[in-house]
Design a protein around this ligand. Sequence first.
Ligand code: 26V
Length: 829
Amino acid sequence: LLWTLLTQGMENMDRDVESIQKHIVNHCQFTLARTQFNLDSFGLYQATALSIKDHLLGMWNVTQQTFTNKDVKRVYYLSLEFLVGRALQNAVLNLDIEGEYSQALMELGTDLEKLYEEEKDAALGNGGLGRLAACFMDSLATLDYPAWGYGIRYRYGMFAQKIVDGAQVEFPDYWISYLNVWEIPRIDVSYSVRFYGEVRVVSDSPRVVEWVGGEVVQAVAYDVPIPGYGTKNCINLRLWSAKPAKEFDLQSFNQGDYLGAIEDRHKSENISQVLYPNDNTYMGKELRLKQQYFFVRATLQDILRRFLKRPREWEELPDKVAIQLNDTHPSIGIVELLRILVDEHGLEFERAWGIVVKSFHFTNHTVLPEALEKWPVELLGHLLPRHLDLIYDINYRFLQQVQAWRPGDMDVLARMSLIDEAHPRSIRMANLAIIGSTHVNGVAALHTQLLKTTIFKDFCEFFGESKFQNKTNGVTPRRWLHQANPGLAAVITSWLESDAWIANLDELAGLRAHIDNPELAADFARVKRANKVRLAELIQSTNGIEVDPDALFDIQVKRIHEYKRQLMNILAVIVRYLAIKEAVAGGASKAELAAAFVARVSIFAGKAAPGYHNAKRIIRLITAVADVVNNDPDVGSLLKVVFMPNYNVSLAEVIFPGTDLSEQISCSGMEASGTGVGKATLNGALLICTMDGASIEIAEEIGHDQVFVFGALASEVDGLRAQVQFNTPPDCAPLAKAKAAIRDGTFGNYDEFPLLLDSFSGRNDYYLINTDFESYLDAQARADAVYRDQDAWLRKAILSTAGMGFFSSDRTIRQYAEEIWGVKPCPRE
Ligand code: 26V
């Protein structure tokens, strides 16, 4: 009976309003133990989410059973970050059940939209890399791929940012303080993970070693169901949480230090406590390497357990399993799989290595040298002694091949070695990931080109070009258009007379057929204005600043980093401010001012890594400029400056739909792809951009006429830097003026400012702010001119959205599936 009931399961849960109500109330009473006296909105949100989760679990069970029955090849996406954000609205929309839930809750006296706002973001990621992983999960589910995501269940996600006296202050994000309704704890799925200890030789010939002693912790699985859109498939995101080891060391208890022993056991939980909040800078922290190994050790045991459910040859592993490494963060997994095959299953080294390489694939997300992971040999050898042995073995064999390929070339040997011999000696994880994988990919055309011709050039020549592929990033249209911008979604559906674009974004091209129809432009204008009003209200409530929804909303939201050049943006804002002041001082009338300046709101948001001082100084400058500009009666509504605190996925969902002009102004060659650029353009924002990352391809797709391009090309950057060194030009006039205003205290006298100014002056202008500044101002002027002609602006906005089909993460995922993983869709039975 149990079997029959289980297989019939919760599959056919009723979707009618009355059943939904009963289901929600049931969770209120029996899961949450709430009564009419203590049922608040948060409780109702939880009960509603629990009822949705029940729907998902029904789908999830059948999907997983289908994958198992059909014994299909699976793909495993390994990422230390998944920046998912909220899940309720996403699930409701993907299940296509918003109407029913909305009515059910209305009759219960509440409002579904209000309950959406009760959910805390799951912020298990830093920025683009983590959000990409979340978009990929949505696409993998939607396209019915037999995929799993693996990650870490951090107790503290990305820190919460507050602005206190104009500066960033970090607060812990204790996001699972209450019940996390979306996760299923799997106490039955748990693996042990060893650290430290020593390698013992068990026999010399054949050589058998074992890794013993040290510390052991337990990894426990928490599963999060990920629904697709327009499918009954539901895939799994498995997150690992560290717990004290099951077997405990009787010794320490016997020694009488009971409390001490308990305390030690609990230290093991530290491993999954906190997400490292760095983006594009590597820091050699032991705890971070522990997280990485903890993660891959548990994941590989889980993958192999599933693989070995049927009797198989090890050679079949790459036919059944594709493992995608999201950057080098999980790349120690390559060595771990080798260790499992050699030490635990007795495979001969070369045979095992062949299987390993066929199973792994590696995505690189940055060319910045400071972001490339390099673990000190000593640290790695202490924590993972057997892995260090194996790294030496891998390296020895590999360098022999390199030597045979370029006899006598010691430089190439030194460059390609897994070991960087500079003091302190370290392991180059990117080199390991390349030689341990079948495919290596970059995340936009230019980025891949740069990988092949610069940092991975030797490897490209050694392995041949076909190993190195491009997979231009995409974003999921479900969250970033359908969910975030229901107004625009409705307009698009009505003009295309179909909502097929939600699952097939290429359909957006159909908007081009109506480009000359003023009614389409009117619809776009109406929706954009409503979204700007919503954003203006949010700015009013978070920042207390009143902004005019008819002003041009000029927006830069992303991690704060020097290469992204938020500094250049705020300097241009200062130039604009000084120009307005000058005009007022010269006696310009209101009408003359309005004729000379397009009213603008410059909006910034983003987090600085806690130890990244210059990034924090940039925030300080932005807030200082905001204080002066926003309170200057000469300026009025001609210019407002806003730094919105605590940028996260939920805030992004409000910001992108309200963007007129999106700033994608990185120093060329430095932004691997950028994904915010896709979200902005999809929502009908125009781009002011350099020819960098994905902007290049977006400009190509939507037409170069649609974007305001400026600045040096990637191919010119090295030469320009050298030139600045050799023959340093003075600051261009507007930049000199802006700097002088900062220096003379126009925006207050803060300690941060001189240090910030020194960081990019004269020959010390690595990010080419001076070089690109006038061309940037010119692009801004062109944007102003087009904004004055609203018809021209709207035409570009429509063409922007219409050209975004290619940048759906569905297209990206299909390319990975077909060109790298060799997996096929597997719709559930
Ligand atoms: C991340 C971390 C995280 C914490 C500890 C240390 C550390 C070191 C390096 C990194 C690298 C992050 C690389 C990254 O986030 N790249 C971004 O990836 C996006 C998705 O492909 C892409 O759009 C951005 O251009 C790129 O900067």
